[in-house]
Design a protein around this ligand. Structure first.
Ligand SMILES: Nc1nc2c(c(=O)[nH]1)N[C@H]1C(S)=C(S)[C@@H](COP(=O)(O)O)O[C@H]1N2
Ligand SMILES: [Mo]
Length: 323
């Protein structure tokens, strides 16, 4: 059966160049509308294929808060694997607002405008507000943390994020006792993001956490990566990082945060109700309907396989939330 483009684009993975070409054609054929020119385009981040030039891919924004980077590293959070090469991470990206093709997101983000940017905080809080992104960042305690990242598609990476605990924003806005969930909403700008023009998705992307998950010490709002501000493809100017959950929970480019008394629907659960539920923790023994989650592989090398760890190895911090 031909896949629909509602599904995860797991074909866009570094395999052998031959397979990449076959998979790419299969993938493009399944999308239908793309011409032969793009089939011949460079493949980008694929093992054994040259990566594109660093200065083209990693465009670091210049903003009123650029001077805050690099932030001091919090050494509490350590890795069991090497930090992923920055250029590999920047060219292997899920950001469906722009394209489903991981290796081409970086080429599609030029028109995306990340200043001025406002984050609106609403709902069941005593101090709601609309925060200018740079004023918000200046109020918050920026630090760097090394975290593993695990995508539901089985690829994994390890990166240094810069950001602040979501808990410090939660504290600032003073949630009411009735606030049990936090909902996050990304942007909807078809003029800036090509894949928001038509198609089957219901934009903007939206996600959610319980208030306990939001207040967990691991949960970050990231504004930087690799010691500088987020390049657009990583979800500038501010994105969630929830390292014990599948990557799709870590919503990029957040415009609104709402405090609710009920569990909100989420983007992927609405599209694929038979996949992972709201919680979507990394659990090796719970397969995806179409693949096992027992193993993961470290980009860019499909053969660099590891056993998936329960809660992505963060059980020490989060297991009590689910016991
Ligand atoms: N707004 C938005 N956020 C998103 C996504 C997306 O398509 N749109 N993809 C998610 C998925 S599936 C993953 S794995 C991570 C990838 O983050 P990275 O590209 O910075 O590694 O972002 C998540 N956040
Ligand atoms: Mo993902």
């Amino acid at each position: 059966m031909p896949r629909t483009n509602l599904e995860w684009n797991v074909d866009r993975q570094p395999v052998t160049p031959e397979n990449v070409f076959v998979n790419r054609r299969h993938f493009l054929a399944s999308l239908g509308a793309i011409g032969a020119a793009s089939v011949a385009a460079p493949l980008g981040c694929v093992a054994d294929t040259p990566l594109p030039p660093r200065d083209k891919v990693i465009r670091i924004p210049k903003t009123p808060t650029s001077g805050l980077y690099p932030a001091e590293r919090n050494g509490k959070y350590t890795l069991d694997r090497p930090i992923t090469d920055e250029l590999v991470a920047a060219t292997f990206i899920n950001f469906y607002e722009f394209t489903l093709d991981k290796t081409r997101v970086w080429r599609m983000v030029d028109q995306f405008i990340i200043r001025p940017w406002t984050v609106e905080v609403t709902g069941l809080v005593r101090k709601p507000g609309r925060f200018d992104i740079d004023e918000l960042i200046r109020k918050m305690p920026l630090e760097e943390r090394l975290y593993r990242h695990r995508c539901v598609e089985t690829w994994a990476m390890a990166v240094p994020w810069t950001g602040f605990p979501l808990a410090s924003l939660v504290k600032m806005v003073e949630p009411k006792a009735s606030a049990k969930y936090v909902r996050f909403v990304s942007f909807n700008r078809p003029d800036q993001a090509p894949n928001q023009r038509g198609g089957p998705y219901r934009w903007p992307y939206y996600e959610g956490l319980t208030i306990a998950e939001a207040n967990n010490e691991l949960t970050l709002l990231a504004t930087g990566i690799y010691g500088h501000e987020l390049p657009k493809q990583h979800g500038a100017p501010i994105r969630l990082v929830v390292p014990w959950k599948y990557g799709f929970k870590s919503i990029k480019s957040i415009e609104r945060i709402e405090f609710l008394d009920h569990q909100p629907p989420t983007f992927w659960n609405d599209l694929q109700p038979n996949e992972y539920k709201f919680t979507a923790n990394v659990e090796p023994h719970v397969p995806h309907p179409r693949w096992s989650q027992a193993h993961e592989w470290l980009i860019p090398d499909r053969s660099d396989r590891r056993e998936t760890m329960l809660y992505n190895g963060y059980g020490k911090y989060v297991a009590p939330l689910y016991g």
